[in-house]
Design a protein around this ligand. Sequence first.
Ligand code: HBI
Ligand code: FE
Length: 246
Amino acid sequence: MWRALFERQARILHGRAFQGFLDGLSGLGVAADGIPEFDRLTDILDAATGWRIVAVPGLVPDDVFFRHLAARRFPVTNWIRTRHQMDYLQEPDVFHDIYGHVPMLMDPAFADYLQAYGRGGLKALRVDALPYLARLYWYTVEFGLIQTPAGLRIFGSGIVSSKGESVYCLESPEPARVAFDLYRVMGTKYRIDDYQKIYFVIDSVEDLMEATRPDFAPLYERLKTDTDLEPGEVVPTDVRVPRRLH
Ligand code: HBI
Ligand code: FE
């Protein structure tokens, strides 16, 4: 199953995945021949950015998840999907977590971003603002796109670990593609059971880290008084990003 998933995604992501993701994947030595040894993987990751992985049986409670991230520990599910779940499964499995999430943690700026996200998550829980922060994770860590000199590329884990969305997100005329804006992202709802209707595009991981450095508390207060945007909605202040045409 690992080999089938890895080889399928490798074909699709050629020319579509962000170079930082591909560099992370090869730097970790993650390959088609089998599920990586967690102990070996965690040592390579630790040497690169101080992150480690911890095996978990599946989704863990939010506060547990954020405490791990805040301590540079990424929770990795310890089972792999069945052949009936080849194209879609609701919960992250070891392929989604290792192939989708861990490679970007080899990038120092992204490693800092995800730890900051974990710290922010613990704060958000205390002020009952988790839904807003979960949208930031969803539209960057899971479904983020990045503008590069070579063109629009994918870095979101939910996309790189799935089959169909890797093409759709870059080339379909259907979804909106909008330049990343923190307040806009945190005010936008998302669907978990279908392709996204909107993608947010960053110019660099450093930009993303900078944009999310300020304290979110005042943003949460404003967001609580604003109306949430529907996933497909586009507003006049949106900076639209053209899709890939080939
Ligand atoms: N647990 N194992 C695991 N993996 C996740 O990605 C995860 C989780 N628990 C909570 C969670 N994600 C999200 O609800 C938070 O980002 C809000
Ligand atoms: Fe995920």
